[in-house]
Design a binder for this molecule. Structure first.
Ligand code: ATP
Length: 386
């Protein structure tokens, strides 16, 4: 096992903006790190730089403190686990796992190979399947065979490149928990690339969010969710995603198209001098006002809004509110130097309601908003001010 240090890594392909732009991350021995971001954010390039399949334009890559920029992939002792598992259909599970050992040409005796493969199979609960062919295994078992290969090599770290993206939603869920348990059991340093925020949130000790080659934030899943540093991270993490409602600031009162919101003195101080902010509200910060615990009421605001419609999911409901920013807000938004993303400007609020809520679309409803949890963003820089 090993620590991996990315020190100001840059990857420049052509003349455009760098695919990986000055990324620094310290990955501790045994840690499970997720690289996540939308298509083209540079996460696969970064993984390929770590494993040695892509040259490093500048910066240093260290494994256990040793600079390995120029080392060939085979000399880095890292094991890549691919999307399609890269198993040989004509070989048994035993031979698939033994494959990297046999490549060592005589480095391992038959006895060594048998011992290493049976040990790995025991860890992965594959002992009963060693004589089967990959075609007769479930997706989860195949994934474990692929991990078995990485284990017998006694690799210092596992690198996963979107291993679950070809699977259907149910299998993906199962496999996610298998990988997570296995990683924890083995305690092997792991770096896992995905574009799926659910995978990122459920698997990682820490999650690194990338956008256009730039590391936006690296933190535990909880911290990313509760303290996103900017609009991008706030909007990327969480489903349904965070609502952004433009508001003009007047002291400690935020004026929005759906009503006024009073904020505490700490939040008011953070936005002092700003004319416009974007209020970040997760769908679950709202509640049906008639169902709110009385003790909680003083910590929020109650307001009336008309929902266009609700969706019933069994355990909860989603409600939708459309709003129309007033002319002052509109002109302030138009005057921004930055082009805002469509998601940041969506004139709709999604609220999560208790399954028992009787609120329905098409008529006014009383909603309660927990104002303690609001995030306030600078629309110009995207930065979280709270
Ligand atoms: P995806 O989820 O779609 O795989 P990604 O986040 O993994 O995306 P990368 O594949 O790392 O993104 O690509 C990052 C950027 O680098 C993209 O703009 C891509 O077009 C560019 N890129 C990747 N590989 C090359 C290459 N070999 N030559 C030139 N540009 C490349």
């Amino acid at each position: 096992m090993a620590s991996i240090t990315l020190n100001h890594l840059v990857k420049q392909y052509g003349d455009g903006f760098p695919a990986v732009n000055d990324v620094s991350i310290d990955i501790a021995d045994g840690e499970f790190i997720i690289l996540v971001g939308p298509s083209g954010c540079g996460k696969s390039t970064l993984l390929r730089m770590i494993v040695g399949l892509e040259d490093i334009t500048s910066g240093d890559l260290l494994i256990d403190g040793q600079r390995v920029n120029e080392k060939a992939p085979r000399d880095r002792n890292l094991a890549m686990v691919f999307q399609n598992y890269a198993l040989y259909p004509h070989l048994t599970v035993f031979e698939n796992i033994a494959f990297p050992l046999r490549l060592g040409k005589g480095k391992h005796s038959e006895e060594d190979i048998r011992r290493l493969v049976t040990d790995a199979a025991r860890t992965l609960e594959l002992t009963d399947h060693l004589e089967r062919k990959p075609g007769n295994l479930s997706g989860g078992q195949r994934q474990r065979v692929a991990m078995g290969r990485a284990i017998v090599r006694q690799a210092d770290a596992f690198l996963f490149d979107e291993p679950l993206s070809n699977l259907d939603a149910k299998l993906r869920g199962q496999m996610r928990s298998e990988i997570s348990q296995m990683q924890r059991r083995l305690g092997v340093t792991s770096v896992y690339v995905t574009h799926d925020q659910t995978e990122a949130m459920t698997l990682g000790d820490r999650v690194a969010v990338l956008k256009k080659g730039v590391l936006q934030q690296i933190a535990s899943p909880r911290e990313l969710y509760e303290q996103p540093v900017n609009l991008f991270v706030a909007g990327f993490i969480g489903s349904p995603s965070m609502n952004f409602v433009p508001a003009t600031v007047s002291g400690n009162v935020l004026k929005t198209a759906v009503g006024d919101i009073e904020v505490d003195s700490r939040k008011a101080a953070a936005i002092e001098g700003k004319r416009l902010v974007l209020v970040g509200v997760r769908p679950e910060f709202f509640e049906d006002a008639s169902l709110v615990d009385e003790a909680k009421l003083p910590h929020g605001s109650t307001f009336t809004a008309e929902l266009t419609h609700t969706e019933w999911l069994g355990n909860e409901q989603y409600g939708y509110i459309n709003f129309d920013p007033d002319p002052e807000v509109r002109s302030l938004l138009d005057g921004l130097a930055r082009d805002m993303d469509a998601d940041e400007l969506r004139p709709q609020i999604v609220v999560t309601l208790d399954a028992a809520s009787r609120i329905r679309g098409g008529r006014p409803a009383e909603l309660w908003l927990d104002t303690r949890k609001l995030h306030l963003f600078d629309p110009e820089t995207g930065e979280n001010l709270t």
